[in-house]
Design a protein around this ligand. Structure first.
Ligand SMILES: Cc1cc2nc3c(=O)[nH]c(=O)nc-3n(C[C@H](O)[C@H](O)[C@H](O)COP(=O)(O)OP(=O)(O)OC[C@H]3O[C@@H](n4cnc5c(N)ncnc54)[C@H](O)[C@@H]3O)c2cc1C
Length: 325
């Protein structure tokens, strides 16, 4: 076991200072990081525990929306009355994540930073994985790629980002608030994860010493839904998922936002579909045509053509579910 030093940060400034040191890693709930240390994905020299930063453990009303502190536990976010009422897509996505025990420990700030579930990334003895050893290639591209990407992949990396809440956040146009010694950055969740054509070794745009302090959501989306398709009904990652928010005028769609999960290295917004849905009547054949248009840029790997059909049908069904909420 790699030796490391453990420190408890007593302020956000202290966390950023410590987190900026060589070999430092922020520790929140620890449900990811401790596993990575166990299986050798990461070997930090310094663990910076931020759980004493009580001001990051609140959900606050801000102008036109809510600010969810980074240290809020997943279950606390999902069960918050304003989130259940105004953002059911988020509540549902969280409640379908992991297990009840994990959700009591795991934080909302740590969740989008979870690593890909690609078996080649997680297996220490595999040499070709650009995310584990930059520049080494991608064994999954021509290997076991049944669960891998159908959008935005390159032969350098075909992995998918598995977070459920991030998909709901992407459909809600949420913004991640990040603080560092250089100041504050506001990063749309849609742009938080890095596609392989930018950098196949990267997971997110977060830099060393940057602290996520919260995630902001605005514009209540009561007509919204999250559909997660998985091999068993609990404690399982998605094969595909779909988050939909609808702004309705009776039976007519005024505005729609659709994000798919586990189909790319970031939550994938179906922007062409969203444009085409404006003014369409619920239940009409136009809806399926609009969804199909969003899949024009989908590309299957050797083993995952089924995911295109599955994701298309999940998006269609999530639109129905959102309209029923
Ligand atoms: C068995 C299992 C099943 C799971 N199933 C699902 C699932 O179905 N769906 C799903 O969405 N997730 C799932 N997860 C992931 C789980 O939700 C995440 O592990 C959890 O949300 C991570 O939060 P944490 O506080 O424990 O992060 P930690 O493990 O403490 O940290 C994770 C990463 O985030 C960094 N970090 C944490 N907080 C901050 C911050 N505020 N600022 C900067 N960096 C930070 C850490 O340095 C580390 O790199 C599963 C996890 C496990 C172990």
């Amino acid at each position: 076991m790699h030796n490391f030093v453990y420190e408890r940060a007593n302020s956000a400034d202290n966390a950023m200072d410590l987190g900026h040191r060589d070999g430092a890693a922020i520790l929140a709930g620890g449900t990811e990081l401790l596993n990575w240390m166990r299986i050798g994905i990461e070997s930090p020299d310094l663990l910076v525990d931020i759980r004493d930063l009580g001001h990051l453990d609140r959900i606050e009303e801000i102008e036109g929306g809510l600010r969810i502190g980074a240290l809020c536990r997943l279950n606390d976010v999902a069960c918050h009355p304003a989130i259940k009422r105004d953002f059911p897509v988020l509540s549902s996505a969280i409640l379908q994540s992991a297990s009840a025990q994990l959700r009591n420990l795991a934080t909302i700030g740590g969740n989008p930073l979870q690593r890909v579930r690609c078996p080649y990334f997680r297996e220490e003895t595999v040499n070709a994985c650009n995310k584990r050893h930059a520049g080494s290639g991608c064994a999954a591209y021509e290997g076991h790629n049944e669960r891998m990407a159908i959008f935005g992949w390159t032969p350098e990396c075909v992995a998918v980002q598995p977070s459920d809440p991030a998909v709901a956040f992407a459909a809600l146009d949420a913004v991640v608030i990040v603080q560092s010694t250089d100041g504050t950055r506001r990063i749309p969740m849609r742009e938080f994860h890095v596609l392989p054509d930018e950098d196949p070794s990267a997971h997110s745009v977060l830099g060393r010493g940057e602290l996520i302090t919260g995630i902001e959501i605005s514009t209540p989306a009561p007509h919204s839904a999250y559909l997660k398709v998985r091999e068993r009904q609990s404690y399982e990652y998605a094969l595909v998922s779909a988050a939909v928010t609808l702004d309705l005028d009776g039976e007519t769609i005024r505005n729609a936002r659709i994000a798919l999960g586990s189909v790319a290295m970031r939550p994938w917004r179906l922007l062409a579909t969203e444009d085409l849905l404006v003014g369409k009547r619920l239940g009409s054949k136009d809806i399926a045509e609009a969804v199909d248009a969003g899949f024009a840029e989908a590309r299957a790997l050797s083993g995952n053509a089924y995911k295109i059909t599955l994701a298309r049908n999940a998006a269609l069904r999530a639109i129905e579910l959102a309209s029923e909420n």
